[in-house]
Design a protein around this ligand. Structure first.
Ligand code: PLP
Length: 416
């Protein structure tokens, strides 16, 4: 007899099903623009030169061992990661009211808070039941894993308005209204920059209004900082500080704030699973208590985080020459993404495709939220062997001059 034969198949996961469909497609010219990972002009994954250099340095350093890291990770990594997000002169850091722990990329930052709701409730003064049932507002739409993580943890998720399909821009009034209606004490998930999937961020003035409403309603902001890589023409790329402005506004007001930070995209360390969770508290005493709870969450989950990615990041952030080399490589990646946006836009224009496609060059970050609907997306997969997520999001970072015409042909055919 088999116990496992009673296992029911999981419901179809829309993201995984795109990946599997592409993998199983035998067409030699299939194109996968679904994944949020940078590719070179030749369509290859990129390992940054500075990362190779850091790895060589680590390999030659005989004092580096492979022992367990402390439960909260590499101390220098935590310090430098917090500095990258909060800035060199953060009062919160100076006042010792910041807790940072190394995580398995950005995602564990969320897991560590949410999978253990009782732990979180202890942090928030024992209001356990209230917090388990309190909605966690997330933007509509948002990165697919946000609601997934919270739902899996048995927590309640609510969407606040974010994207307006009419204007293909931010539904700012709707967002403020929904945040204003959220129950006090709820965690609100915000993406610090280069919003996935829409590529639309609030302006600094809008961030200020969001900050005011979050604070006046007593909400707890939880920033997902997965793309601290400014990919616009309006900012000098490689200036990581400009990407962190939204977070820093919230930290500057002295209030509480959580930040899940990832080095997947900005150092190309996707598979190293390296990131950090930073929790800004109102006092050193609160920080100490929060830190003790976070350790309790980590211990049964993975006991101790992996060492390699943390060592790479620390080596780069510690060394001013390497740091500079990193920002130069970042600029190279961003310039290529910006050029792909422009090329795709021009290719669509050249085909006389109906509709306004300026959003492709106005949006920022790795993605373009094209406005294509699920029917069109499925049709393009079937007829053109091009794979994107069903919400019409494409990864601009995976395009090249060679594949842009193929995508533009498919888009043209899908909408005419
Ligand atoms: N958050 C957002 C908004 C993302 O888009 C992604 C990745 O696509 C992540 C988090 C996950 O990043 P990581 O690989 O660091 O877990």
């Amino acid at each position: 007899s088999s116990i496992l034969s009673n296992v029911l198949p999981a419901p179809e996961d829309p993201v995984l099903s795109v990946i599997f469909a592409c993998r199983d497609d035998p067409c030699p010219v299939k194109l996968n623009v679904s994944a949020g990972a940078y590719r070179t002009e030749e369509g290859k994954p990129l390992v940054l030169e500075v990362v190779r250099k850091a790895e060589q340095q680590l390999a030659n350093d005989l004092s580096c061992d492979k022992g367990y890291l402390p439960i909260d990770g590499l101390a220098d990594f935590n310090k430098l990661s917090a500095k990258l997000t909060l800035g060199d002169d953060s009062h919160a850091v100076e006042e010792n009211r910041v807790v940072t722990i190394q995580c398995l990329s950005a995602i564990t930052g969320f897991l560590s808070v949410h999978l253990r709701a009782p732990g979180y409730a202890k942090w928030s003064g024992g209001r356990e039941a209230a917090h388990v049932n309190t909605p966690r507002p997330v933007p509509n739409p948002t990165w697919g894993n946000h609601p997934f993580i919270f739902t899996l943890a048995g927590l309640c998720v609510e969407y606040f308005r974010y994207y307006d399909p009419q204007t293909r821009g931010l539904d700012f009034e709707g967002m403020l209204e929904d945040l204003g209606a959220a129950p006090s004490g709820a965690i609100v998930v915000l993406q610090s920059c280069a919003h996935n999937p829409t590529g639309i961020d609030p302006t600094l003035e809008q961030w200020e209004k969001i900050r005011q409403i979050v604070r006046s309603k007593g909400l707890l902001p939880f920033f997902d900082n997965a793309y601290q890589v400014r990919c616009t023409t309006t900012f000098a790329f490689g200036n990581l500080d400009s990407d962190a402005q939204s977070v820093r506004m919230f930290v500057a007001d002295g209030g509480e704030c959580l930040i899940a930070q990832s080095f997947a995209k900005n150092m190309g360390l996707y598979g190293e699973r390296i990131g950090a969770l930073t929790i800004v508290c109102t006092s050193q005493d609160v920080a100490r208590k929060v830190h003790s709870q976070v350790l309790l969450v980590v211990r049964p989950m993975y006991l101790s985080p992996p060492i390699h990615g943390a060592s790479i990041v620390t080596t780069i952030l510690k060394n001013s020459d390497m740091y500079k080399d990193w920002t130069i490589e970042l600029k190279g990646m961003a310039d290529r993404i910006i050029s792909m946006r422009q090329q795709l836009y021009e290719a669509i224009q050249a085909r006389g495709t109906p509709g306004d496609w300026t959003h492709i060059i106005k949006q920022i970050g790795m993605f373009s939220f094209t406005g294509l609907n699920e029917k069109q997306v499925r049709w393009m997969a079937k007829e053109y062997h091009i794979y994107m997520t069903y919400d019409g999001r494409i990864s601009i970072a995976s395009l090249s001059s060679k594949t842009v015409p193929q995508l533009a042909d498919a888009i043209h055919a899908a909408v005419t």
